[in-house]
Design a protein around this ligand. Structure first.
Ligand SMILES: *Cc1c(COP(=O)(O)O)cnc(C)c1O
Length: 388
């Protein structure tokens, strides 16, 4: 199989090599304070092994850390509570660093090893950093992370425990992103910045393959609806990429309806889908994000254009929930199923709670739960009316 990168906007092909991030043509259109132009997607020529997940790096390069193959839950009590017989949960809190981000970090680390690259750098709101640090520790890579000073303490401690170098940025994620990009441009370190490195999208597609296999093992068919928490829109695009691959391989017959679940105070992708700002500029100027769901709090969604094009192409939907709804959902999910998830992930559950009554009862819904609740105790305490 031969792998290559393809620009989602203009279709130009590029070789998949270290240092290839965006499309040279479309990146020229980049404006300040807007989502990335020229995000690349991976594709292949040739016939993949029908029994495994097609990935651009051979298995021998993947670091020895058990990423993915996370559990599928059949949440009996929630099903009864909501009269939803076909409700499922994919529990990605069970990844080694406690979040879905490990799927991307794993592929990026494998690619670095394949090419003899020793250092990986990234900006993060917390989970991508702790994830890359964990996978880097297993792989023996040097990891440098630029993290806004206000990132939840558990995520910072994870980064340090895993032995990564932490640069605390006195600013927001956007400033951390710029600093990390300067650093990779200057030193040649591999950037794992989300969306900017196309492997971050590709790595996340593995969940869709697992969802189909998990459900088949449980005697169920492919989901009709998948609820995904959305910040930068990379998980969303990765989930779509997986289902697109599965459709092309003849392993599913249709792409599920994907619901982009966002917090009211950080809803750029939902806004661009339902009420675009202007012709040719669907996102418009950034609004400063205001939500306690830190992992999905972004002013400028890095993968906004790409995620939006996927939603439009596949008739995806968006649902927006308030912080109060997120906190209520966190408690309902934990006390009704035994799964304690961080606020970002509970946005997917809150989104489902909001729209489920409008969906036909025989259609199946799968919630993608992306991060462990222990990662942000402060928000969880707030949901209980406690201050810590
Ligand atoms: C990063 C993250 C998200 C959102 O993913 P995007 O690709 O930014 O949309 C959701 N949940 C958790 C736990 C995350 O860490």
């Amino acid at each position: 199989m031969k792998w290559f990168c393809r620009c989602d906007q203009c279709g130009t092909h590029y070789d998949l090599v270290p240092g290839r991030y965006l499309c040279d043509v479309c990146a020229k259109k980049q404006q300040a304070d807007r989502p990335l132009e020229g995000v690349l997607e991976l594709a292949w020529e040739g016939a993949p092994d029908p029994h495994s997940i097609p990935l651009p790096v051979e298995p021998k390069w993947f670091p020895p850390i058990p990423v993915g193959n996370t559990p599928l839950w059949a949440p009996q009590r929630l099903r009864e509570q909501y009269d939803a017989r076909h409700l499922w949960i994919k529990d990605d809190t069970c990844n080694p660093s406690g979040s879905f981000k490990d799927r991307a970090s794993w592929l990026v680390a494998a690619f670095a090893r394949q090419h003899g690259v020793q250092e990986i750098v990234l900006a993060s709101t917390g989970n991508a950093a702790s994830s890359m640090a964990a996978v880097g520790a297993a792989a023996g890579l040097n990891i440098k992370v630029f993290l806004p000073a206000n990132a939840p303490v558990a995520k910072r401690i994870q980064v340090l425990q895993y032995g990564a170098e932490l640069v605390s940025v006195d600013g927001n994620y956007d400033q951390a992103f710029d600093l990390s990009r300067e650093y990779s441009d200057r030193t040649g370190a591999l950037s794992r910045n989300t969306a900017y490195n196309p492997l971050t999208i590709e790595g996340k597609k593995t969940v869709s393959f697992e969802i189909i296999d998990d459900l088949a093992r449980a005697g169920a068919s492919a989901p009709d609806h998948v609820f995904v928490p959305v910040g930068d829109g990379v998980i969303l695009a990765g989930v779509y990429r997986g289902f697109e691959n599965l459709l092309a391989l003849g392993r599913i017959t249709k792409i599920p309806t994907i619901w982009a679940c966002q917090a009211q105070g950080s809803n750029a992708i939902a806004r661009a889908l339902t009420t675009p700002y202007a012709e040719g500029d669907p996102f418009g100027p950034p609004r400063s994000s205001q939500t306690l769901a830190d992992s999905i709090a972004v002013d400028v969604p890095r993968n906004g254009l790409h995620a939006l094009s996927k939603l439009k192409k596949h008739d995806g939907k968006a649902v927006v929930v308030t912080d109060d709804e997120i906190l209520a959902a966190q408690k309902t999910l934990a006390s009704g199923s035994g799964l304690f998830a961080e606020p970002s992930s509970c946005t997917a559950f809150a989104g489902w709670v909001k729209v489920q009554a409008t969906l036909p009862r025989e259609e199946s819904c799968l919630l993608l739960i992306t991060g462990n609740g222990l990662k942000d105790i402060k928000a969880a305490a707030q949901g209980l009316g406690l201050t810590i």
